[in-house]
Write a protein that binds this ligand. Structure first.
Ligand code: PEP
Length: 249
């Protein structure tokens, strides 16, 4: 199967030029496993994308945190997939729960975005995950399956998709899913891909975990058979991100 471990750093809406340069310096000086063992992608705010790309070591890559759902044009304030491609940005994060919940992005809208971004040649980190209410009412898998189905209905090639399972109750809360909780959802999600997409795609698609991952809890999570890496928020702004990258081995 050979799913290469994937570590994403989502910097969200944080940073000044000086802070961004400092994070990049820390990353550039870090001793981490080689690129054939771990894929590292950091996602600065749009304004810092080209700066980070120009300064960052060549074995690490950058991602945008969003892009417009279709071809660019009269969409004030948006950034199109074509622009990201034009600037040599390889990845985009789509469907993050902060956009789903704060900006009202529906499953269909996220599915359309994923399909369009892929069609333009971007690689996509597609986020799914349930809220605390949904978990407590027992609908975690229904929610995650519906979010994934909206993507699966619109794409046929999953080669450039990484699925990030990010329970909303674990994001930025310090309340990380236990390794067993993460493994359970990842495993059911992989079975969903097997049943609804194909055995090959279920076996090859990376499913990464996000939600309060840090230097202290990453090793145990990384040891779970269906956890293929992490999407890291808060800790990706700190030197401990390097420890999280090292959890790949
Ligand atoms: C995220 O926003 O994708 C995330 C996982 O955040 P944090 O690690 O801060 O919980």
């Amino acid at each position: 199967m050979g799913r290469k471990f994937f570590i994403g750093g989502n910097w969200k809406c944080n940073g000044t030029t000086e802070e961004v340069k400092k994070i990049v310096t820390t990353l550039n000086e870090a001793e981490v496993p080689p690129e054939d063992v771990v894929e590292v992608v950091v996602s600065p705010p749009f304004l810092f994308l080209t700066l980070v790309k120009s300064l960052l070591r060549s074995d690490f890559h950058v991602a945008a945190q969003n892009c417009w759902v279709r071809k660019g044009g009269a969409f004030t304030g948006e950034v199109s997939a074509e622009m990201l491609v034009n600037l040599g940005i390889p990845y985009v994060i789509l469907g993050h729960s902060e956009r789903r919940l704060l900006l009202g992005e529906s499953n269909d809208f996220v599915g359309d975005k994923v399909a369009y971004a892929l069609s333009q040649g971007l690689k996509v980190i597609a986020c799914v995950g349930e809220t605390l209410d949904q978990r407590e009412s027992g609908s975690t898998m229904d929610v995650v399956a519906a979010q994934t189905k909206a993507i699966a209905d619109r794409i046929s090639d999953w080669t450039n998709v990484v699925v990030a399972y990010e329970p909303v109750w674990a994001i930025g809360t310090g309340k990380v899913a236990t390794p067993a909780q993460a493994q359970e959802v990842h495993s059911v999600l992989r079975k969903w891909l097997h049943a609804n997409v194909s055995a090959e795609i279920a076996g090859s698609t990376r499913i990464i975990y996000g939600g309060s991952v840090n230097g202290a809890n990453c090793k145990e999570l990384a040891a779970q058979p269906d956890v293929d890496g992490f999407l890291v928020g808060g800790a990706s702004l700190k030197p401990e991100f390097v420890d999280i990258i090292k959890s790949a081995t």
